[in-house]
Design a protein around this ligand. Sequence first.
Ligand SMILES: Cc1cc2nc3c(=O)[nH]c(=O)nc-3n(C[C@H](O)[C@H](O)[C@H](O)COP(=O)(O)OP(=O)(O)OC[C@H]3O[C@@H](n4cnc5c(N)ncnc54)[C@H](O)[C@@H]3O)c2cc1C
Length: 465
Amino acid sequence: LPIDNELYKKLEAIVGEQYISDSDLDRVCNSYDATKQRSLPDVVVRPNSAQEISEILKLANENHVPVYPRGAASGLTGGAVPLYGGIALDITRMNRIIEIDEANLMATVEPGVVIADFQNEVEKYGLLYPPDPASNKFATMGGSVAECSGGLRGIKYGVTKDYIMALEVILPTGEIIHTGRKTLKSVTGYDLTKLFVGSEGTLGIFTKIVVKLIPPPEKIETIRAYFSSIKDAADTVSAIISAKIVPRTLEFVDEESIKAVSIYIGFSVPENTKALLLIEVDGSAETVLKDAQIIIDISKNNSAFEVEKAETEEEKDSLWAIRRSISPALYAISSGKVSEDICVPRSKVTQMLESIGEIGKKYKFRIANFGHAGDGNIHVNILTEPSIPGELDRAEEAVKEIFEKVVELDGTLSGEHGVGNTKSKYLSLEIGHREMKLMQDIKNLFDPNGILNPGKIFYNKEIEK
Ligand SMILES: Cc1cc2nc3c(=O)[nH]c(=O)nc-3n(C[C@H](O)[C@H](O)[C@H](O)COP(=O)(O)OP(=O)(O)OC[C@H]3O[C@@H](n4cnc5c(N)ncnc54)[C@H](O)[C@@H]3O)c2cc1C
């Protein structure tokens, strides 16, 4: 429903004139996320407290106006895109680190805090917040809790859900609730905190987030290994895992991605490089040196033809340069790339990569794969040229076939980017009818009028673009 003058004035009375706008500029700036989909909100509102969000949601709920929470809008599945217009709720003003509790190794933050800013702050206290999405320099804590972001250190340290202890949440009806405790153990009642983590802004809006912190490791070693076949690289991943070493990162980069980065940052790799592994181990100085040597030996035993170990911080940085540049490099060669973030059991990564290769050939697409091989989480990028007629339809067929294979291999359609609206159509491939109905019932219970982030997770043919 459009926001009439009376409703606009009521919203203005809550946040103040400066923090509400229906100008074209503000509406356009709040219409998209990293998927590049666009849909204009009617109004942009920038609250500064839980109380303000509560009042906004009460009003929206009474008037059946859609509300779309957004952090940095770096989501890759359309989570923050205001598909039905209404209110774009920008939470980035709420960016205070409320407490770093050294006695309990926990911290409390507001949702608009940028992840890297928080990580840098806790570092000053000699502590580590491990969830580390590659977007940490701009993505917000609230957005990462809503997506249950993963990242580079997932293999050893887990993902966002493993660090969220308690939440303050505003329900779509405007009620303010608190879930979880600042304790390491709590089994009183259902775990509502976990239900909210990964709920993609559809069940409630987080206004306070309590996270667990850990002491950082003493030492980190960084290794880059070059392979002349994807299979050798994938076999190395399996061999490292079987050797019972848990690296802090175990990243995989394929030939297409390497080629794109070579052009983008002028990086040259030895001829015949078909895959790279970037591996980091951490822990006590003694263990790390031992583990690094075992990893180098395993890589060589699995036909790595070159292995580099960084000796200085600069060298570490240079080993990481290729991994960091993949996303922009792929955008540079294919502005219409279709990106998915499938996850399969780790033992099935090789099989999955082979199938992706076959599907690429069948649909005549170059496909660039990279990602968190240690977690079985592969970022699949179909390089398309949207100006070619029929290209995007063909890409969609290829995506469907990839998803079918993922499910056949006991994998999941999304390891870390969520469903949003871009994957909702395929959800039933993985989730059974009864389970889907339960999820819908939960959504209806929290949000009886369907005002919070409508059009996400659950498929609605009407809004397909
Ligand atoms: C270059 C690049 C690299 C990336 N790398 C990774 C990666 O390694 N791992 C990974 O997991 N993801 C990655 N992402 C995806 C994305 O950055 C993460 O999902 C991130 O956590 C989203 O944060 P955000 O602040 O941008 O959220 P937004 O995109 O603004 O929102 C994401 C979702 O959260 C909801 N939301 C936002 N704030 C709140 C709140 N306070 N309460 C409730 N719901 C809220 C929104 O409605 C939306 O549904 C990457 C993205 C890019 C562009």
